[in-house]
Design a protein around this ligand. Structure first.
Ligand SMILES: C[S@@+](CC[C@H](N)C(=O)[O-])C[C@H]1O[C@@H](n2cnc3c(N)ncnc32)[C@H](O)[C@@H]1O
Length: 298
């Protein structure tokens, strides 16, 4: 899995398993040897047979220790899994797509992208102001991050979040080349984009939401990061349109989007239907409804 947190959990579980195995092995060996020595007075038996007999009949103490250690290891593994729940395969009837690998990042900055997706019109429709704080969530190699950084200007700031360190490195290279300094990068996890609270004017999600393996936790975290007037701009390839040449797994219908956002504490405030391939829908916190009862890091 991509996230650092998952790797850490896995490593910790492995260490616990190894420690438990070593302790059990040492305990069994010392106990068995002691009992073999105690039995060595038995006449007419070869020592190897005595040890064999003892090893086949471990003491009650030894079995209890084994059982206790296994319980500790199992509890520990369960607690660690609790930190990041298993990735969802589907959400509200929609199959969740795999994360786009950083080796495919070239597709995001392809020469034909502006013509195909009309990125210029999309950026205008975002209505970003100089001085705004914008988050490019799932920024990839920074195709939109760089453009947003120029729009918000020196007084503004762009927070670029991705779960793949390599994507962020590609973005940093591009920012250096373009000489833009108002970009902060964050290596998020699949449940936590690690954003500051109530500080963001606009969270842009281009072609990423359908990849969230933990949509409820991510939406809860984004919700907490928005200023009271802050907006989400959701951009997804149109599932309703068979002429959009993208695999169905990477598309979303408006109907599906509305099944997922309002129950997570968002209201639809605006729609922009002029893009050639994508939906552009704006959401704000629905404070009348409040956040859903679970999700998001505190
Ligand atoms: C298809 S790319 C889109 C990149 C960029 N938005 C663009 O349009 O050029 C999706 C990106 O979202 C990232 N991603 C997937 N799940 C994420 C999550 N939970 N938090 C942050 N980024 C995520 C992936 O690593 C990938 O870089």
């Amino acid at each position: 899995m991509i996230s650092e947190a998952l790797d850490k959990n896995r490593q910790q579980s492995q260490v616990w398993a190894i420690v438990a195995t070593i302790v059990i092995f040492c305990y069994t060996l010392s106990d068995s040897t002691r009992r073999a020595q105690a039995l060595s007075h038995i006449r007419h038996s070869k020592p190897a047979i005595k040890i064999g007999i003892v090893m086949q009949r471990p003491s009650l103490k030894c079995l209890t220790a084994l059982w206790l250690l296994l319980c500790v290891a199992a509890n520990r593994a369960t607690a660690e899994q609790g930190a990041i729940p298993p990735a969802l395969k589907e959400y509200k009837g929609r199959e969740i797509a795999q994360t786009m690998h950083y080796l495919g990042a070239g597709w995001l900055t392809r020469e034909s992208r502006d013509r195909e997706e009309d990125c210029t019109t999309m950026l205008k429709a975002l209505d970003v102001m100089p001085g705004d704080v914008v988050c490019d969530m799932g920024c990839g190699n920074g195709f939109y991050t760089i453009k947003l950084a120029k729009l918000v200007g020196e007084k503004g700031n762009v927070i670029a979040v991705d779960i793949q360190r390599e994507m962020l490195e590609l973005l940093k290279d591009a920012a250096k080349q373009e000489k833009v300094g108002n970009i902060e990068t964050i290596l998020g996890t699949v449940v936590d984009p690690k954003l500051p609270k109530e500080s963001i004017d606009l969270v842009l999600l281009v072609d990423v939401y359908h990849e969230f393996s933990h949509p409820e936790q991510m939406l809860a975290a984004i919700r907490k990061s928005l200023k009271p007037t802050g907006r989400i701009a959701l951009v997804e390839f149109r599932a309703e349109d068979p002429d959009v040449p993208i695999k169905p797994l990477h598309k979303m219908s408006k109907e599906q989007i509305m099944k997922e956002f309002p129950p997570n504490g968002f209201k639809l405030v605006e729609e922009f239907d002029e893009l050639p391939w994508q939906h552009l829908m704006f959401f704000q916190r629905d404070d009348a409804v409040g956040p859903p009862s679970r999700g998001g890091p505190e």
